[in-house]
Design a binder for this molecule. Structure first.
Ligand code: ADP
Length: 388
């Protein structure tokens, strides 16, 4: 705009400068987030803005004329650091630092400080401009973040150590247990001579206990492998009818022994999910094993499966003892068992649900539960439907 430029040019240069200076002074004086003040060449405070007053707590009349080293902790002053700052600023033009500074009331704050040397047109040092910012909150947040990260790293390391220990222990325990199993087989085959009925019954009990231990240990091993992220999944199309049939065969005898009726409700048409067939079987076996374990004789278990949009839903419903509402989340945590005492009838590690839910989640699904104490529970597994 030539007109405007012409008008500005027409003004006396002196007026523009003093107006600008006045605006500058006003600007500096009213800044509240930064302490901006001038020091003379020896380091005495010459000016004081609103930000300086707010940050450091001194009124202008209390501080002007004082040496700026008053803002430093005694130990920093003793090292001659304030003088060093001015030396560097005058030599290099500017000095920047972060460190603790002291307010009038003796409290400390973490400051970012920039000191700029001021020289007149002949190059003579006339003083310094000092800009100070309070970074206490930022520093606290940074330190908090560092501490949090350290804590997470420690927890992860402890967790890894625990998983490695569990994996090593389960391996060690499996070897002698397999030997026990082998010798039980030899004894019951009569390799070391015929057995009386009482001996056969005793051997049968030893065999059951041995099998139970093997199951617990493989739970532990699975869990530790999962924790260590070392479990692999072979995802393929899985026909749920096939999974249900394979589990039905395994569980039949156990359900009959506990006098619990199991109803398998076949889906209308094939229900296919994208998952690892063995792991889906493991989940169903665990849910069904629990349902049988926590249902009194005469109770009923129903297994249903259906496709629901992009997911396949598998439900295991029982008429068992149920789970209190405040335990519904906890039962999925490792080693959690509701109301378990040393004399409890049911056996288990408290790992089954933790493992099952991790498996379901790793395959892109989940397990949820609804329950009413005294009425029963329904566990629902969701898995991605094939081709979805
Ligand atoms: P475990 O069966 O080895 O104790 P789980 O992780 O499979 O471990 O189950 C954890 C706990 O959840 C069980 O100890 C039991 O208290 C509760 N629970 C699981 N399934 C059922 C169920 N169908 N009915 C009632 N309680 C259940």
């Amino acid at each position: 705009m030539p007109g405007a430029a012409g008008r500005a040019d027409a003004r006396p240069a002196r007026t523009v400068t003093s107006e600008t200076e006045a605006i500058h002074r006003l600007l500096v004086a009213s800044v509240r987030d930064y302490a901006i003040f001038a020091l003379d060449a020896a380091g005495h405070v010459m000016t004081w803005n609103a930000g300086a007053e707010r940050l450091k707590g001194y009124l202008p009349e209390e501080i002007i004329g004082k040496h700026f080293s008053i803002f430093y902790p005694a130990e920093t002053r003793a090292t001659g650091f304030p003088t060093y700052e001015l030396e560097v600023a005058s030599r290099e033009g500017v000095f920047e630092d972060e460190g603790w500074r002291i307010r009038k009331d003796g409290t400390t704050f973490w400051a970012n400080v920039v000191i700029t040397a001021l020289r007149d047109e002949t190059g003579t040092l006339v003083g310094f401009a000092k800009v100070t910012r309070d970074l206490t909150e930022r520093r606290t947040a940074q330190q908090q973040a560092i501490e949090d990260a350290l804590r997470v790293a420690e927890a992860e390391a402890a967790n890894r150590a625990k998983s490695q220990f569990l994996a090593a222990m389960s391996h060690e325990l499996r070897t002698p247990l397999n030997a026990i199993g082998g010798y039980i087989d030899l004894l019951s085959l009569g390799v070391h001579g015929p057995l009386s009925d009482a001996q056969s019954q005793a051997i049968e009990r030893v065999r059951n206990a041995q099998r139970h231990l093997v199951t617990l240990i493989s739970d532990l091993l699975n869990f530790s492998r999962m924790e260590a992220g070392r479990l692999t999944y072979e995802i393929a199309d899985v026909d749920m009818a096939e999974v249900m049939e394979s589990v039905r065969i395994m569980i039949e005898a156990q359900a009959a022994a506990r006098q619990v009726e199991v109803h398998w409700k076949p889906a209308e048409g094939p229900v296919i999910c994208a998952a690892d067939q063995a792991r889906v079987g493991q989940i169903l076996l665990n849910l069904l094993g629990n349902a049988i374990k926590f249902t009194e004789a005469g109770g009923t278990i129903r297994i249903r499966c259906a496709r629901d949009g992009n997911v396949v839903r598998l439900e295991v419903e029982d008429t068992g003892i149920g789970i209190p509402a405040d335990q519904l989340d906890a039962i999925f945590e490792p080693f959690t068992q509701v109301g378990r005492t040393l004399t409890s009838q049911q056996q288990g590690t408290g790992l089954g649900l933790a493992i099952s839910r991790d498996l379901a989640r790793a395959m892109g699904g989940d397990i949820t539960v609804g329950s009413e104490p005294g009425v029963g529970s329904t566990f629902t597994v969701t898995l991605p439907a094939a081709g979805s």
